[in-house]
Ligand binder design. Structure first.
Ligand code: ADP
Length: 309
């Protein structure tokens, strides 16, 4: 768990982090979003003591990050940045093995861990372990960066605009992959982005920053449906927030008892409202049966529209 208590940072007398308090529960995927200069990277870098607090404190698994050895602290985090930071003259395997080597793991354990991680990020080890970063695409380099961050099984991952330099298709693929890794490992993740869609897609909670302040800290559906301030409403697209909400709301949340209505097509209860709407539009129908346990339920066009902002 990471606990921020009244955290403040000043540069030249100006607070760039202004009295931020929030608790990141173990296993959460928190996306920090806000305009450039809002303080997102600074807050992330304060978490692993690359930047020191001027006021307040940050507790990581109950340790005050200002009071523990910073090198040991940083090893408990995996850290991924936009420009990968891979060593160009080292092979992929050696790059991934950086921290396990520092920790003095035996060679066979390192080799096994490297292969396991490369497989996890969809880079077949036999094909990729002996390549150099320059022989990889930008997306593949970033996958190696993610594998390296996970190498020594850190307690949490800190990611600073990790997909910022990638094209849209590669970016979406890596987002899906990090979401899968989060599900599979249950690691706590803090990810900085200025991309609202990325924040909504990946976050179990979104921390919205503006001018050094935390203006809202809530699950995506809540940020979209009930933005705390006009700034948050505008950041999440004003009227378009209702459309984004379709992607984070499940059919199960809006389905109603079938009451004799028997639609020809069906959709899974776990599907998103966006998927349900797409099906209705494609099939020219206004209701779908909902598959799942319990009494028969349906989702109607009106149920999708209802409950928007
Ligand atoms: P974001 O990640 O949201 O774009 P940053 O955390 O990088 O924002 O920066 C927040 C503010 O702090 C900006 O105004 C930036 O110029 C300022 N800042 C960041 N690092 C330093 C530094 N080392 N010295 C002076 N000002 C800094």
């Amino acid at each position: 768990m990471i606990r921020f208590e009244n955290v403040t940072k000043r540069y030249n007398g100006t607070a760039v982090i202004d009295d931020v308090s929030m608790v990141v529960e173990s296993g959460a995927f928190v996306t920090l979003v806000g305009p450039s200069g809002a303080g997102k990277s600074t807050l992330l870098r304060m978490t692993n003591a690359l930047v020191r607090c001027d006021g307040g404190r940050i507790l990581f698994d109950d340790d005050d990050v200002a009071k523990v050895d910073p090198v040991a602290l940083r090893r408990r985090f995996g850290y991924v940045i936009q420009s990968t930071g891979l060593f160009p003259h080292w092979t992929v395997a050696r790059n991934v093995a950086t921290v396990p080597k520092l920790l003095g793991w035996p060679r066979p354990r390192i080799a096994a861990r490297v292969d396991e991680l490369l497989a996890m990020v969809d880079l077949p080890p036999a094909e990729y372990r002996d390549r150099y970063p320059a022989e990889l695409s930008g997306g593949q380099q970033q996958r190696v960066g993610v594998a390296r961050a996970l190498a020594a099984d850190p307690h949490a991952l800190l990611m600073d605009e990790p997909f910022g330099a990638l094209d849209a298709v590669t970016r979406a693929a890596l987002q899906d992959q990090v979401a899968r890794i989060h599900k599979a490992t249950g690691k706590t993740i803090l990810l900085v982005t200025h991309d609202v869609d990325e924040a909504v897609k990946l976050g179990t909670r979104i921390a919205v920053m503006d001018g050094g302040r935390l203006v809202q800290y809530a699950p995506p559906a809540e940020v979209l449906a009930a933005p705390a301030t006009p700034f948050v409403a505008a950041l999440f697209g004003g009227d378009m927030a209702s459309i984004r909400l379709l992607d984070v709301t499940r059919v199960a949340d809006r389905a109603v008892a079938a009451e004799g209505l028997v639609p020809a097509s069906a959709i899974a209860a776990e599907a998103t409202l966006e998927a349900a709407l797409a099906r209705m539009l494609a099939e020219h129908v206004e209701a779908l049966a909902v598959t799942g346990d319990g009494p028969p339920r349906v989702i109607r066009l009106a149920d999708i529209v209802r409950g928007g902002r």
